[in-house]
Design a protein around this ligand. Structure first.
Ligand SMILES: CC(C)(COP(=O)(O)OP(=O)(O)OC[C@H]1O[C@@H](n2cnc3c(N)ncnc32)[C@H](O)[C@@H]1OP(=O)(O)O)[C@@H](O)C(=O)NCCC(=O)NCCS
Length: 333
């Protein structure tokens, strides 16, 4: 093997796809999309390794490092090497070259992170390179009726509608809680400053795929104490945002999850709640949204309230993990 290294060029994606074949993990599928020409806005460096086969130099491996405005404290990195060329140090050479580039990133950030599936060559390579897990993430499907429906107040419909509300995804109150919740469960990799507009773009606007939101509120309380009718809504305690399946091109009909297909939901809570309150709010809202239809949740180990509710369901078989776990691995601090 006489491997040569050069900058990524247009057309390399197709040449590599031909030799690599389909992605071997979900992470590989996602990261392949980040292999793209080097540039400065956003900052990205992408390198290709070529081997000479029958006298012709063809791309066999590639590596990329790039900065991200969301979670700016680390750079994303990804390396892939053709199966016939593995365990010969190509991946390590690409990593060394990416680290050299990262040392000159304009932000001054040089720590690398990537996502791997446990038990794969990618995970072994990352470990050998000194990248350690900073988070584990699982996709969980909660079966319909897995949790008993909550009873609100005196059990009347009026009491329930006081606490459970369909909220427009454009709501500033909702965006505020979503942003603070997201930040609170990402202490392990800060998302940086999340403006309301950024939260909207990432989780709530049409392009994010957000379909609808339902929130759970604290019971109304009168500022003048018991006996005086409360006029203001209770504080938002938990939210569930559902995401529509993307409609196939040309299909303008509204795309909801087909019957039986779990609905993709982002479920969170007001981060100022105590651990018990947060758990209760998350439990009640999950019971409501998963009453008749299965729900798909992304469960990070850092989401303590959601874990406390969902892990017993996993143990009792009322929820199941979909696909493989994802580990986010990173250079040490
Ligand atoms: C991960 C990957 C890039 C490694 O490429 P590579 O060229 O084989 O890596 P190297 O030869 O430089 O391996 C360096 C070290 O990593 C470890 N390693 C790599 N692959 C391994 C495997 N399959 N099993 C166990 N250890 C492995 C070993 O310690 C190895 O050193 P050694 O060969 O002296 O024992 C390649 O397997 C791949 O493309 N996987 C799919 C994409 C992916 O998961 N990328 C990871 C995200 S960055």
């Amino acid at each position: 093997m006489a491997i040569a290294y050069r900058q990524w060029r247009d057309g390399d994606d197709l040449a590599l796809l031909e030799i690599w074949g389909g992605p071997e993990t979900e992470q590989a599928r996602q990261f392949r999309g980040t292999l793209a020409p080097s540039g400065n806005k956003p900052w990205r460096r992408c390198i290709v390794a070529e081997d000479v086969v029958d006298g012709v130099a063809i791309p066999v491996a590639a590596g990329v490092v790039h900065e991200a405005s969301l979670h700016p404290e680390r750079l994303w990195a990804y390396i892939e090497v053709d199966r016939q060329h593995r365990r010969a140090g190509v991946g390590s050479t690409l990593l060394t070259m990416l680290r050299h580039e990262a040392a000159q990133s304009p932000s001054g950030v040089s720590r690398l992170r990537t996502k791997v599936e446990p038990g794969t060559p990618g995970a072994a390579f990352a470990e050998a390179a000194g990248l350690a897990p900073i988070q584990r993430s699982r996709l969980v499907v909660v079966d319909p009726g897995a949790l008993r429906l909550p009873v609100f107040g005196d059990g009347s419909e009026a009491a329930a509608s006081e606490q459970v509300e369909d909220l427009a995804t454009g709501s500033v109150e909702l965006s505020d809680v979503v942003g603070r919740y997201y930040t609170s469960v990402h202490g392990w990799d800060s998302p940086g400053d999340l403006s309301i507009a950024t939260v909207q773009r990432l989780f709530l606007d049409e392009l994010s795929g957000a379909h609808g939101a339902i929130v759970l509120r604290a019971p109304k309380a009168s500022a003048f104490g018991q006996g005086v009718a409360a006029s203001r809504k209770g504080r938002l305690q938990a939210f569930a945002i559902s995401y529509a399946e993307l409609a196939p091109a040309g299909d303008n009909t509204e795309a909801a999850a087909p019957a039986g297909q779990p609905t993709d939901v982002f479920l969170g809570h007001e981060p100022k709640l105590s651990a018990e309150e947060a758990q209760a709010a998350v439990r009640d809202l999950l019971a409501l949204i998963a009453f008749q239809h299965p729900v798909l949740l992304e469960l990070d180990d850092s989401m303590e309230a959601l874990r406390a509710v969902v892990e017993p369901l996993l143990e009792s078989g009322k929820a199941r993990v979909l696909g493989a776990e994802t580990l986010v691995v990173s250079d040490p601090a």
